[in-house]
Design a protein around this ligand. Structure first.
Ligand code: IMP
Ligand code: MG
Length: 182
């Protein structure tokens, strides 16, 4: 498949991500101390690496589930519709839930996923995003925990893709388009 040439420059190292996750996991374990079994819900596909590392740092009984949402741009970007392509398997009514997202960008995905899950009446519904691009926000939402705030750049790696590529990079890299890459 022909691809626009691009280069990837490291923005956040694997080591920095691991160190940040240790801190976040301690905060989350404190917040959910005493919870019988926390339901950790990863948003597919971008969060799969993050959720894998996060749950292994969490000193709590957890259940892992996945939800897949897909957004479709309307002519009006700000009324973007998010569709649920794959629902979670478990029950969350009356339970503590942590939604794990890769990036909060415009905010439409996370806000609509929260609305969707809220209708099932979880006891507590909290959110964590590895990355946040506040400059791009269209919906007034912020995750309860954020790994790193980043500028308005297109990033890949650590689960995050560009046209399904580069999810397997162990770090977060910034994409730059160029005619004479590589
Ligand atoms: P939003 O917050 O609804 O705009 O969408 C967030 C989703 O857009 C993320 O879960 C990613 O799948 C995707 N996304 C946003 N920024 C980037 C990026 O820099 N690289 C790759 N995917 C991105
Ligand atoms: Mg995503």
């Amino acid at each position: 498949m022909p691809q626009t040439p691009y280069v990837i420059d490291e923005m956040i190292s694997a080591k920095s991500i691991a160190a940040r996750i240790e801190v976040l996991a301690r905060e989350i374990a404190t917040e959910f101390h005493g919870t019988d079994q926390l339901v950790v819900i990863g948003l597919l596909r971008g969060s799969f690496v993050f959720i894998a590392d996060l749950v292994r740092e969490l000193d709590l009984p957890v259940e892992v589930d996945f939800l897949e949402a897909s957004s479709y741009g309307n002519a009006m970007e700000s009324s973007r519709e998010v569709r649920i392509l794959k629902d979670i398997r478990g029950q969350i009514e009356g339970r503590d839930v942590l939604v794990v997202e890769d990036i909060v960008d415009t905010g439409h995905t996370l806000s609509q996923v929260i609305q969707f899950l809220s209708t099932r009446h979880p006891a507590r519904l909290r959110t964590i995003a590895l990355l946040d691009k506040p400059a791009r926000r269209e919906v007034d939402i912020v995750a309860d925990w954020t790994g790193f705030e980043i500028p308005d750049e297109f990033v890949v790696g650590y689960g995050i893709d560009f046209a399904q590529r580069n999810r397997n990079l162990p770090y977060i890299g910034k994409v730059s388009f160029t005619d004479n890459a590589g």
